[in-house]
Design a binder for this molecule. Structure first.
Ligand code: GLY
Length: 281
């Protein structure tokens, strides 16, 4: 299947989300065709990402100087201390606003990288390469970035749209089944808040999607991105309609908090339970 390009146009920035198989190999062309260039880049990579995949991304990013920060992407490490650590790397190597941060990992890596990118010298370039289904259909789109503190999750942050999102389906094949189900929870949520056609597509094809079969997985990711894109374009800063994207999340956060955000229940699973709770109430 050809790669799918979804254009996002918000008041603050326009950028493409590119969905397809093995597209990390096409990074040089993708950068060129989107006029994205920079002298230095810091790749913030989730330390769980297979080394061979990082090797490809490192090789394909066009930049005179490349730096890598291996980030242990956990909710506990999604904090201001690590943001400061990243900022210090950028200062130490004299990054400027025309340089770039590349996030290579799931939602936590993306949120942390995006937040650092938004506050360093009031913003530098930001490319997101989400590697989980959940981050490909949700957190990589729409510019929410941030970290946690003692008072709760994502309470410190900013809205900063990325310059480019590259969602490579191949990244999903090494994920545990549980991770795929988590991402599917958000795909399902997007279908519920859109229209019957999207919901029916999932009802018919969910097994193929969960098995990451082409072209079903690409289509469901792209459809999900389009639904979120349409909402974000109307309300970038979540003043009104964007709140529908939080369907099931009040219950979800309560379930997660009641288990101390432990691995017993991860976010996607909590969202699925949250949606069921909303429907039942
Ligand atoms: N995950 C909900 C949003 O981005 O608004």
């Amino acid at each position: 299947m050809e790669k799918i390009i979804i254009k996002v146009k918000t008041k603050s920035k326009s950028y493409p989300i590119i969905v397809g198989k093995s597209i990390i190999n096409e990074i040089p062309n993708i950068l060129k065709s989107n006029n994205l260039s920079f002298e230095k880049c810091l790749i913030i990579v989730d330390s769980k990402i297979p080394k061979n995949k990082l090797k490809i991304v490192k090789k394909k990013i066009i930049s005179k100087k490349k730096f890598i920060y291996y980030f242990n992407a956990t909710e506990k490490n999604k904090n201001l201390k690590n943001i400061n650590f990243i900022l210090n790397i950028l200062f130490k190597f004299n990054f400027s606003r025309s340089d770039c941060i590349v996030s290579f990992g799931g939602g936590i890596a993306g949120d942390v990288s995006g937040f650092a990118a938004s506050i360093f010298k009031r913003g530098l370039k930001f490319i997101n390469i989400p590697t989980t289904l959940l981050s490909q259909v949700d957190s990589s789109i729409g510019g929410k970035t941030g970290v946690n503190n003692n008072y709760g999750k994502n309470l410190i942050g900013s809205f900063m749209q990325p310059d480019l999102v590259i969602s490579d389906i191949n990244m999903l094949s090494s994920l545990p089944k549980r991770e795929i189900i988590c991402g599917y929870g958000e795909i399902l949520k997007h279908s519920i808040i859109s229209n019957k056609k999207n919901f029916k597509y999932l009802k018919t094809n969910y097994l193929k999607i969960l098995k990451l079969k082409s072209p079903f997985i690409e289509k469901s990711i792209a459809d999900s991105c389009k639904i979120k894109r349409n909402i974000v374009q109307l309300d970038e800063k979540e003043k009104n309609i964007r709140k529908v994207l939080n369907l099931g999340h009040t219950f979800a956060h309560a379930y997660e908090a009641s288990l101390n955000y432990s691995k017993k229940l991860n976010h996607g699973e909590a969202v699925i339970l949250g949606i069921i709770s909303v429907i039942k109430f």
